[in-house]
Design a protein around this ligand. Structure first.
Ligand code: KMT
Ligand code: NI
Length: 178
């Protein structure tokens, strides 16, 4: 099962997992209150998986591509890795399904504290529009499916980006007002 925890405040070894001490685990239910949804899927049969198709249909994830994040396949790899690591938000959902290897998705909670979500093969996550998040590779390589509702827009906005409607809506959602 996917593991998630509150992070420490240390900026040392940014590529390593950062768990607060004592451990402060975060469950799927808490992630759901942040609008973060999770599924475990059968990555070895992603090309023909009724469960994946069902989720895509229900959530209207019409667009799909598979990317391999590694320095030989991803143009501007170093630059992208740095960008992934910067706290940012999008005006649309971010949906990722890990097909090979692993990485860390970090999201901010209601009190602006970082939660680290350790994602590996078979883990699928949806981050809502307007949530601040960042990403770190677990190895120097990861194969992931990117899904999108409609035509993909990969634009991101580094923190602080609080003026965007998507962010304002998300804050309302966190406060139970949306
Ligand atoms: C993004 O916007 O692509 C990210 O936050 C990185 C996650 S998956 C490589
Ligand atoms: Ni992102």
């Amino acid at each position: 099962m996917v593991q998630a925890w509150y992070m420490d405040e240390s900026t040392a070894d940014p590529w390593m997992p950062h768990s607060a001490q004592p451990d402060s685990p975060v469950g799927l239910e808490q992630l759901r209150t942040l609008g973060v949804l999770y599924w475990k899927l059968a990555a070895d049969k992603y090309e023909n998986d009724a469960e994946l198709e069902k989720i895509r249909k229900e959530r209207n994830d019409s667009w799909m591509e598979i990317i391999t994040i590694c320095k030989h396949t991803l143009p501007n790899y170093e630059e992208k890795i740095k960008m992934f690591f910067e706290g940012h938000l999008h005006l649309d959902e971010e949906i990722r399904y890990i097909l090979e290897s692993r990485g860390y998705f970090d999201v901010r909670d209601k009190n602006d504290k970082w939660i680290q979500i350790s994602m590996e093969k078979e883990d699928t996550i949806t981050l809502p529009a307007g949530i601040y998040h960042c990403f770190t590779l677990g190895e120097n390589y990861m194969k992931t499916m990117r899904l999108f509702v409609g035509e993909p827009v990969w634009t991101w906005y580094n923190r602080l980006a609080d003026h965007f409607t998507a962010r304002v809506q998300y804050v309302k959602f966190l406060e139970g007002r949306a």
